[in-house]
Design a protein. Structure first.
Length: 179
């Protein structure tokens, strides 16, 4: 994430918090981010310096003006004017980070070889909530190279209970013991 994204994301969060709109704006930012991700040509169009700024901000107004919170529309226009729309994803990440901090939410990324069942996911969320003392927002990923077990990234800490992780640990131990 760039310094620009941090600064703008923080500023947007501060404004949203002041106006008591953090939840609404977070949701809308994620939707806009999805639109930009699914339509990269649209994002390139809005970032094209050969198109007059007024035209580009008009396109933002036309696309989002009626559906999105006015502060978010103004934020998008500001990023467009500053040539920083490419940092919008980072702004969203910073906004979400601040939102999670303020609301006692920890984001956990869980990687497993096969998709977890609903019951496994629920138990894992309960256990992670006990460990962290926070509400857990779980992001699940599957990776067949994991073989078995799960890997959890929570608050900057990695808990590796995968077969690959255990094999790597054994391999390191054996290498350290060799003379």
């Amino acid at each position: 994430m760039t310094q620009t994204a941090r600064i703008y994301g923080d500023s947007m969060y501060d404004l949203a918090a002041e106006e008591n709109l953090t939840e609404q704006i977070l949701e809308q930012m994620q939707e806009v981010r999805g639109i930009f991700r699914d339509n990269p040509d649209y994002l390139r169009l809005l970032s094209e310096p050969s198109i007059p700024e007024k035209t580009r901000t008009g396109l933002i107004e036309e696309a989002f003006g009626e559906q999105a919170e006015r502060y978010l529309v103004s934020f998008l226009k500001l990023l467009c004017e500053k040539g920083a729309l490419g940092d919008f994803g980072g702004c969203c990440e910073q906004f979400r980070r601040r939102y999670n901090e303020a609301n006692g939410i920890a984001e956990a990324v869980v990687t497993s070889a096969v998709p977890l069942t609903g019951q496994q996911t629920e138990k894992l969320m309960e256990k992670l909530a006990q460990i962290s003392g926070k509400k857990i927002q779980l992001i699940t990923r599957t990776d067949p190279s994991v073989i078995a077990g799960i890997k959890v990234e929570l608050d900057g800490t990695e808990l590796d209970g995968t077969v690959n992780g255990r094999l790597s640990g054994i391999s390191r131990t054996l290498k350290e013991r060799q003379i």
